[in-house]
Write a protein that binds this ligand. Structure first.
Ligand code: PAF
Length: 257
């Protein structure tokens, strides 16, 4: 069942109550990483909604928004195979109607790293996530640890705004060569794809404390640039976090120290 409007979604969810409802917010172009979130939700909730919405307000680069993969038909087939109860795939006008004027902005945890390199990105994420929680009225929401900083931003906003939803973080899924699963991987040429696991190897060097060698290894592998490679304390936990560009595709990843 693909729902396009908030009122249809509300009607369906109301009909499910008192069932426990889980939501997996996505921007589509689904891969096994997303499906692991769906499986976690299915294991813990009576009903599961997957939202598919390429949220324009979180893209600080119009070219990145235009190139973001859109594969709704194959996404829907994958989700049917997982037994998802509903897909909510609204049009941009449904989410941001004329006159829309509110932004949710989380300070502190959203400011370094991705926040510093993608101005406005986390305002867009925080705003749409708050809206998706309000639209679905889900009891639990599932997010990947691959977007570690995003997960901390969402936890912060839920705590600060007293939103009645539990946030569940799920581990990153990796390809056999270590590359974190991401919708952006589909944009890598075969040559770039072969170089991409250098990011994973570099994080393993970085967690030993040798950040200079880790950075040098990323550039030596053929990445064009590194936005950051740091050990940071986000949400009370120290992680290695990295963002670097390969073949014009910006990849991010993180791992425990
Ligand atoms: O992680 C994503 O895919 C997006 O940032 C999210 C959480 C669906 C909000 O648009």
């Amino acid at each position: 069942m693909i729902l396009r409007t908030i009122s249809d979604l509300r009607g369906v969810v109301a009909g499910w109550r008192p069932a426990t409802v889980g939501v997996v917010p996505t921007m589509g172009a689904l891969h096994d990483g997303h499906l692991s979130l769906v499986r976690a939700a299915k294991a813990e909730c009576d009903r599961v909604i997957v939202t598919i919405f390429v949220n324009p307000t979180q893209f600080n680069n119009p070219d990145d928004l235009a190139k973001y993969p859109r594969t709704e038909e194959s996404d829907a087939a994958l989700l049917a195979g997982e037994g998802v109860d509903a897909i909510f795939a609204p049009r941009p006008e449904e989410v941001y109607p004329q006159g829309f004027a509110t932004t949710v902005s989380v300070s502190g945890v959203s400011e370094p790293l991705e926040g510093a390199h993608r101005p406005g990105h986390f305002d867009g994420v925080a705003t749409v996530v708050t809206k998706l929680f309000g639209m679905t009225r889900a009891d639990r929401a599932y997010f990947g640890e691959k977007d570690w900083q995003q997960l901390q931003v969402v936890r912060r906003l839920v705590a600060d705004l007293n939103l009645p939803i539990e946030i569940v973080g799920c581990p990153t899924l990796r390809e056999p060569d270590g590359l974190a699963m991401s919708s952006r991987n589909a944009r890598l040429s075969p040559e770039a794809r072969a170089k991409a696991p250098a990011l994973y190897r570099a994080m393993q060097v970085a967690r030993t404390g040798d950040l200079d060698r880790a950075r040098a290894e990323i550039l030596a592998a053929g990445f064009e640039s590194i936005d950051y490679l740091e050990v940071a304390d986000l949400g009370g936990v120290r992680r290695v976090l990295v963002a670097a560009t390969l073949d014009g595709v910006r990849l991010i990843d993180n791992m425990a120290v």
